[in-house]
Write a protein that binds this ligand. Sequence first.
Ligand code: NAP
Ligand code: MG
Length: 453
Amino acid sequence: MIEVIEPASAEVMAEVPRAGAEEVDEAVARAKAAFPAWRAVAPADRSRLLRGLADGLEARAGDLAVLEARNAGKPIADARGEIGMVVECFRYYAAAPERLLGQTIPVAGGVDMTFREPLGVVGLIVPWNFPLVITSWKTAPALAAGNTVVLKPAELTPLTAIELERVALEAGIPEGVLNVVAGPGSVCGQRLVEHPDVAKIAFTGSTEVGRGIAAGAARTIKRVTLELGGKSANVVFADADIEAAAAAAPFAVFGNAGQDCCARSRILVQRDALDPFMAALERTVRSMVVGDPLDEATQMGPLISESHRETVASFLDGEVPVAFRGDAPDGPGYWFPPTVLEPSGNDVRVAREEVFGPVAAVIPFEDEAEAVAIANDTIYGLSGSVWSGDGARALRVARALDTGVISINSNSSVRVSTPFGGFKQSGVGRELGPDALEHYTDVKNVYYATEEG
Ligand code: NAP
Ligand code: MG
């Protein structure tokens, strides 16, 4: 059995059966058997079934939010927002089956047309930081496009994925179309990557594990999409609304206790604005409410596990000066206070590696060129923000940053209808928006001869 831990109390909150390689093989076999009938479901009927799934999730939204808040240790207000996004995601892709359009292409001697065909069985591997949200980003377009799914949630947070499977069956989605296998990545994830009957792996997780998945998938030429780590920058120019930027910046890095691939964990501040920015940032950080995830007022919960807390703590090595910290409860639970560091530059470990915890590094810059150079000096390229009162400059900098997602005068990273994904070692492919559907289909070209010879 998997003992599922509640990070705020460090106590077991549930036990679920632990799947192994055999259960993965059985799930793949069920998904393979279900594929021909699922791809043949009339587009309007597939839409209706996915809308039913969205309705079923919406009807249980309150319970799902509590489950997610307890299991992932996230504030209940955030968890509620996440379940709202899950419902929205299934509704968005429910419209897709009737919109998977092909093309007709003028050619000599006949008619040429393209079709977007489903891939078959797709393997979805999901992390623990946004368990059901990231599950929905993959499951909804995969099913809409006519694939069947084997879904592996993170072993630390399997509960909402198990609920999703149940709700899908209740909504009338046939047995075998969506199969959840809860078990360790090194066993269940790896088996999915190796399995000859799995056509594609969609993975969200660390860049390190992502590299192994890309290599493993190469053996059977699986399609692969990867959503990996980040070291994103929040770039604050002196001409920005400094109070607004400093009030927003903490939530861009301490949201979800920093366990966010989009965390703007490097805050680059133009030197002229450094003093007022730091003063405003300190006020916000010191007033952050860190505590019980089920309390409506909570803004930040605990980290996911004790071993993860140790990893995060290792970034406070005594060499990088601490500017200030907020409060956090004492144990039990894996608490860590919001922490702001002032490294000497972009070369130290905390500015180069993903912390995945509530630790921000503030780095000053002189001018636009230096801001862009520092922001781009990373192996990652997932997210980021630019704060400036000069619209032309903000757009110029947004264009110059090597990153897949960027927002101006905002923390926003993700909307269901717009593409999300990374440049450089932050990933391959895109989720959400129309783009995701392309990653769950292959293009077939059909030529029909209408002339003799
Ligand atoms: P992780 O350790 O890479 O694990 C992610 C998933 O992969 C889990 O389900 C894990 O299973 C599984 N896994 C582990 N080893 C595997 C293997 N050898 N073969 C196949 N699957 C394997 O990542 P995490 O610690 O859960 O999540 C944090 C990371 O995710 C961060 O780097 C973060 O930036 C990234 N992330 C990226 C995005 C994005 O969209 N770009 C979004 C969220 C998070 P078990 O954990 O059950 O063993
Ligand atoms: Mg991990």
